[in-house]
Design a protein around this ligand. Structure first.
Ligand code: ZN
Length: 174
């Protein structure tokens, strides 16, 4: 399923570098080739990450809101990086810290965007943001094999609650 909304790229092209590790080595933007962009089942709850996109960029690259909306959730206290881990996690978002520091924005049409593995979050929950506003800076926190931004647009399957599953949407870019 594709997004109803059109999204701007969260990382400016000038900052993109090429992946040094993993199956997408040599590519600057990874979609399904990135490790972890698959469908997980955890306690019979389905997390479909199929359409997530990884933007390979240096730590501290400005990350911009792909679309206007309201900050739905953030995490900004993860100092760990799972740089060496090769096994995919069994679930995402909860249990904690796999996304590292992140921002989730709620958009029209019950679409949500997530920006993961940040070095720094510069917005707070409930804050309204415009398309293109800087919401944080990229990093390597959480389950990340090298510095990058993990970006995904998704719908919650039930009650705006990640613990009940979610489905990624194929992004229609501006
Ligand atoms: Zn990713």
């Amino acid at each position: 399923m594709k997004t109803k909304n059109l999204y701007a790229k969260p990382i400016e092209e000038q900052y993109l570098t090429k992946a040094k590790k993993g199956p997408g080595k040599g590519l600057s933007i990874l979609t399904r080739e990135a490790p972890g962009h698959t469908i997980f089942e955890h306690n019979s709850i389905v997390y479909d990450l199929t359409y997530a996109v990884d933007f390979i960029c240096p730590i501290k690259t400005p990350v911009k809101a792909g679309l206007y909306g309201e900050v739905f959730d953030t995490k900004n206290d993860v100092t760990k990086s799972w740089d060496k881990i090769t096994e995919p996690p069994t679930s995402i978002m909860r249990p904690e810290e796999q996304d590292g520091n992140f921002v989730v924005i709620k958009h029209p049409g019950d679409e949500f965007s997530i920006y993961s593995h940040l070095s720094e979050v510069s917005v707070r929950k409930g804050q309204k943001v415009h398309t293109g506003d800087i919401i944080g800076y990229s990093g390597n926190s959480g389950w990340s094999i090298e510095p990058h931004l993990h970006f995904m647009v998704f719908k919650f399957l039930k009650d705006y609650d990640a613990s009940r599953g979610l489905k990624s949407l194929e992004v229609r870019w501006k």
